[in-house]
Design a protein around this ligand. Structure first.
Ligand SMILES: O=C(O)C1=C[C@@H](OP(=O)(O)O)[C@@H](O)[C@H](O)C1
Ligand SMILES: C=C(OP(=O)(O)O)C(=O)O
Length: 451
């Protein structure tokens, strides 16, 4: 499985005409990780369709196997997990390598906390630089023992608790990963686990817990929520239909908005309201984004989204919107760089602990290509002129798929091509990205760098 041995440079250039066509994007990454994990904890065989076969999710699949579940691939996106039951995971014989995936590493810490086994987690250089204390500290109160590198980094060792205590935890930041880790630990604890979040973050864990038969109560608390889970439920295998990932759909949709003469429809996109902040924001910028064919598939709202190119204006994105579009700021910054006026994105501090420091990486991406951007504290200001920036830069992607895809989308509209030093990490979330953009462009808009 894809250890990145060599960088894969790529360049984007303006296609002869706009992007057009219909497409589906691969399955939602957050839901795919959770489907495999809940499948591993359930009794019976969980059938998953539409699973994202990106590297991050394949790491979770391998980890669930290493923890004793049977995980089989029947066909594209079609997987079966035969679970061990809550509390039934077994000690892995080797280190669990979570690659580039923060979600896999943090959620698995929660899973391990409630099982009386020893495990060691590691990851690639990006993941080894990301903070893990945010899960180690709350989970330690369950009785699990975590030891990691200085500053709470991977590799870390976990000795799970034989009789885990239920946690009662107030999250210091809006993080679905930390919330989910606490809830997963709570599955193995006797009694009620409580997590309070200051702002509502994606609720796929809560939804899937219920779908597999657990009792979960959610109450609003101002902008936030209190989630209560009854421990030691019997989770029962349940089919999971994974919707298209809105965070992936963002790239072809923004490309269609900024490349003149484009009209693109992405079908079957997940529309969970805790994920759709980007679409709200783009509409505030004047984007033509139309949702059709809204329906419910596998318990999640989905729809087809059509984007047509047109002029965009600057936007002020409130801090309260961060959780519903936390991964979308790099591509939003690209849209803002093509819009008229100064956009402000408020309170981006969580972006600094993603696969890269996405505030710094996005600033560098734009500046390398002639766009003007400033940072004030944790706010980012993008100064658009209403014209595409010049391009011509080479962007350092820092092992970050979303920085790579954002830079390449920018290069579809700049007069000069945009290059990225390494596009290989796109495979963590969006395998086939370049081929798909080229199909929409009807040309090799994304291609190898000239020798
Ligand atoms: O729970 C999840 O699946 C995710 C939560 C978010 O991270 P945080 O919880 O760190 O905000 C997001 O950035 C990540 O891509 C996926
Ligand atoms: C932040 C992301 O993922 P993770 O935290 O799982 O690495 C992402 O996909 O943008």
């Amino acid at each position: 499985m894809g250890h990145h041995t060599s960088a894969r440079p790529l360049r984007a250039s303006r296609p002869p005409q706009g992007l057009s066509g219909r497409l589906r994007v691969a399955g939602d990454k957050s839901i795919s990780h959770r489907a495999l994990m809940f499948g591993a904890l359930a009794v019976g065989r969980t059938e998953i369709t539409g699973l994202l076969e990106g590297e991050d999710v394949l790491r979770t699949a391998a980890a669930m196997r290493a923890l004793g579940a049977t995980v089989e691939r029947l066909g594209e996106g079609h997987w079966i997990v035969a679970g061990r039951g809550v509390g039934g995971l077994t000690e892995p014989a080797d280190v669990l390598d979570m690659g580039n995936s923060g979600t896999a590493a943090r959620l698995i810490c929660g899973l391990l906390a409630g099982h009386p086994i020893f495990a060691v987690l590691t990851g690639d250089a990006s993941l080894r630089s990301r903070p893990m204390k945010r899960v180690m500290e709350p989970l330690a109160a369950s009785g699990a023992r975590f030891t990691g590198r200085a500053g709470g980094r991977l590799p870390l060792a976990v000795e799970g608790a034989a009789e885990p205590m239920p946690l009662d935890y107030t999250l210091p930041m809006a993080s679905a990963q930390v919330k989910s880790a606490v809830l997963l630990a709570g599955l193995c604890a006797r009694g009620t686990t409580r997590v309070a979040e200051p702002q509502a973050s994606r609720d796929h864990t809560e939804n899937m817990l219920r779908h597999f038969g657990a009792t979960v109560r959610v109450t609003s608390q101002g902008e936030g929520r209190l989630i209560e889970l009854e421990g030691q439920p019997e989770l029962v295998a349940a089919p999971v239909v994974v919707p298209g990932d809105p965070s992936s759909a963002a790239f072809p949709l923004v490309a269609a908005l900024i490349v003149p003469g484009s009209a693109v429809t992405v079908e079957g996109v997940g529309l969970n309201p805790l994920r759709t902040g980007l679409f709200t924001t783009l509409r505030e910028m004047g984007a033509e984004l139309v949702v059709s064919n809204e329906r419910v598939e596998g318990g999640e709202k989905v729809g087809d989204i059509t984007a047509r190119s047109g002029a965009l204006r600057a936007v002020d994105v409130p801090a309260a919107r961060v959780p519903s579009m936390v991964d979308e700021y790099p591509i939003l910054a690209v849209a803002a760089a093509c819009a008229r006026g100064t956009s402000r994105f408020r309170d981006l501090r969580e972006l600094r602990v993603k696969e890269s420091d996405r505030v710094a990486a996005t600033v560098a991406l734009l500046e390398a290509n002639g766009a003007s951007v400033t940072v004030e504290g944790d706010d980012m200001l993008v100064h658009g002129t209403g014209e595409a920036p010049a391009g011509g830069g080479t962007v350092a992607t820092h092992m970050d798929h979303r920085i790579a895809m954002s830079a390449l989308v920018l290069g579809l509209v700049t007069p000069q091509p945009v290059a990225v030093d390494d596009a290989s990490f796109i495979d963590t979330s969006f395998p086939g990205f370049a081929a798909l953009i080229n199909r929409l462009a009807g040309a090799e808009a994304l291609g190898d760098l000239p020798a």
